[in-house]
Design a protein around this ligand. Structure first.
Ligand code: LAC
Ligand code: ZN
Length: 373
């Protein structure tokens, strides 16, 4: 019998670059367990100290490195789960090639607890890259920031790990909340934060790629490669959620758009909100590398105004062929809008799966699927 560690993480299988972990283990514990084997986990997010691997799997969390490694579903090599009738399904062998039927791990990832309760996960690990560099870039327009990102994707194949976008109003909130100075003397409209990671110092490569394209645009840049400097630049992005929550109770939307629609959406969503909910205050930020923006709307006031804000943004997004929930899932709040992204046939297939695996509807009822009728 193998001993189970208190942090819920089994011994790392360094031959397979995989590990088995309990659903309650945290992301931070996983990272600490993988490090001595020269490995890391492909998903990272700001709540790494409290986010659990079971919750991250059930919600198919995306996070900050999705553009390089994919989301939680891509990391799952197997799951153990308890079904609604108490039976346990377990497939934790982690074979690289295993074409023996339905992919239950993939199905349970992102099922939001509606089809089974994940109890253990078999996770793929990635090489731990020791050399990392972060650049924060300020631009006069969102278009310029996204053009530069497109260039960096081509110029930095295999090393670009994160590409985050945020805006002047969000930086103001973060600076006010944390008592931080602004990143640059100029208050830029759009900010792009990129991180590259490689076996050897990628700073020169990043600096050259940035110089090639920012020369064409009016821009500011700051580059940091030590741990403290990188964390200083990341604070401007990672503190957005806490700074927004400190400013009020936001309507939180989490959308994705085709890349070609992203730049136009930024001014358009502000116009749409100011028409639908006058006096509301949108703060946008997110994972530009995935086409995913978090749209947080402050100062909606009444529940009616909050619902109007939500409806206006989600209809705009669906009209642009985007996703009404890129990362955070449907939950209870987004159910009334699921039909904007999913056809009646798809929703019927969802209901058939739910009925087969949870006929009495005891697992996370009222989540994901719209109420029937
Ligand atoms: C983030 C969370 C809100 O990206 O998804 O910070
Ligand atoms: Zn996010």
């Amino acid at each position: 019998m193998s001993l189970r560690r208190l942090d819920g993480i089994d011994e790392v299988d360094h031959l397979a670059s995989q590990v088995t972990a309990g659903a309650g283990a945290t992301l931070a514990a996983l990272d600490a367990a993988a490090a001595p084997a020269g490995l890391a986990f492909g998903v990272d997010l700001a709540a790494r100290g409290s986010a659990t691997l079971g919750g991250m799997s059930a919600t198919n969390a995306g996070g900050l490195r999705m553009l390089r490694y994919g989301g939680m579903r891509a990391q799952l090599a197997g799951v153990e789960a308890v079904l609604a009738d108490g039976r346990v399904v377990s497939h934790l062998g982690g074979l690289t090639k295993d074409n023996t039927g339905y992919d239950l791990a993939g199905l349970l990832a992102g099922s939001e607890g509606t089809l089974g309760v994940i109890t253990r996960v078999r996770l793929r690990l990635v090489p731990r890259l020791p050399a990392r560099t972060v650049a924060l870039l300020g631009f006069g327009t969102t278009e310029a920031a996204l053009e530069v990102l497109a260039h960096l994707r081509r110029a930095l194949p295999g090393t670009l790990e994160a590409a985050e976008l945020f805006f002047a109003d969000g930086v103001d909130l973060v600076c006010g909340h944390l008592g931080l100075g602004p990143p640059f003397p100029t208050r830029w409209d759009a900010y792009l934060l990129v991180e590259v990671a490689a076996p050897h110092d990628p700073t020169d490569q990043l600096a050259a790629a940035v110089a090639e394209c920012t020369a064409l645009e009016t821009a500011d840049s700051a580059v940091e490669s030590d741990t403290v400097g990188r964390a200083r630049l990341w604070r401007y992005r990672e503190a957005h959620t806490e700074a927004i929550n400190a400013a009020g109770v936001p309507v939180k939307l989490d959308i994705a758009l085709p890349f070609g629609a992203l730049a136009g959406f930024v001014p358009r969503v502000r116009e749409v909100l100011s028409a639908a909910v006058p006096g509301s205050r949108p703060v946008l930020f997110g994972h530009a590398g995935d086409g995913n923006l978090h749209v947080n709307v402050l100062d909606t006031g009444t529940p009616e105004r909050a619902a109007a804000a939500e409806d206006a943004v989600l209809r705009l997004v669906a009209g642009l062929e985007g996703s009404i929930s890129a990362e955070h899932g449907i939950g209870t709040a987004k159910r009334p809008w699921l039909h904007l992204n999913r056809t009646a046939e798809e929703i019927a297939a969802f209901r058939a799966l739910k009925a087969a695996l949870d006929p009495a509807g005891i697992l996370n009822p009222h989540v994901l699927l719209p109420e029937a009728g």
